[in-house]
Design a protein around this ligand. Sequence first.
Ligand SMILES: [Zn+2]
Length: 449
Amino acid sequence: MKKWSLLSVLLSTSVFANLHLAPPDFETEKGRAIFVDFKTAEYDITYNVMWKKTSVKSKIIFQADKTGKPVFDLIPTAKNAYLNGVPVSIIETQSPDGSKLRQIDHEVGPGQHTLELENKFSRNVRYNLLTRKVSSAFWIRDLKYRKFMEQYIPSNFEFDQYQMIMNVTFAGTSRARQDIYTNGALTQTSPNSYRIVYPEYFTVSCPYFHTTPKGRKKRLDFTYPSIDGRQIPVTVYTSWWSHPSKFKAEAQKVMKELEADYGPWGHPSLVAYETIPGTGGMEHAGATQTSLAALDHEMLHSYFAKGVMPANGNSGWIDEAIASWRDKGYRRSPLPNFTGSNLGSQSVYKRNTDSRAYALGAEFMAYIDYRLQDIGGLKSFLKGYFQAYKHTVITTEHFKNNLEFFSGLDLTQDFETYIWGENPTDSKQHEEANPHHKEISRVLFNTLL
Ligand SMILES: [Zn+2]
């Protein structure tokens, strides 16, 4: 439709320069903390299979638009950091809501800068000394903060989209006998090294990377004929206790449904790893690690969450609301069954999704569907919204504005009450864990490797 393409044109002038979506800069003990725009991040990741050590050397080129000390995040300790070739220290600091992040203890001015640093990580890595092989996965979670790529590699926050490249080397062996599963473009660069180039539209919650000893997982590779004519490469894989044929059949069924509802698959490929029943899953962009039962939910997230992407924790409710609304059969309801919530109006520094997004969000979407029933309902809006804004980062305000633009309705009161409102008892009751994104212990994650 014309109105969509008009908005798209307006937006395309600012694609990937997302600093306007960053939270406000703030003061720390060490000086003014500024958010910056990552342009490229190249990570040299070395798995030393002799010494069981995993190390990362990173080179990040970023743009600052004002003077201050840049913030980013990395949970492991940073070492040997250089800013524009000069040694700097990387300190731990806190945003005004008390959440931890990293800050370069050196002031920069507006312009482009280069940060180089090193770190080690051990989360979700398991070495086998005898075979000189390794299992490692960059799993993520979104209901708790600091669970994205910053667990492993220095990263920016969800508002930013930037080119990520990983050069992965298996040191201590002349020839790597590893399988690599990824949603980036993979090439082998030597008998024991690989290069993965991720799409430029990715944010810190998008990349998928999992390496296992060769042949450890059972995999099926096939192509899916998209409605846009592409043959989409699909890889499904599972552990010894299952067979990927069930995953293949389910992935094909879900892909057909989603393409019919929302248009062509928005990513270059699909990678899906079957985990233990009852454990739910997590979505990456065109990739997921998930139980069979949650595969459909996680694939929907390749449209909403990792196709149209949330800028921050206050926008994370949107995609869980849409996914849960679908899980519950696209109900239509003349009124939500709760009196109000603050799902989208918490700290501007919030980085995780509110776990009430499933229950309350689905109710709110059922209500919006009711309001839009004369113009094809919410699904018809979402199809256009996805087509116009896939590969971009959005906020609750953006979602509301577009809903109003599409429908001609004034939804201010609805958002003020149900999304940006008070936090009454009836909304607090819905803080239960969602079956699709259960919290997984370190031990369980380890068994999935
Ligand atoms: Zn979800």
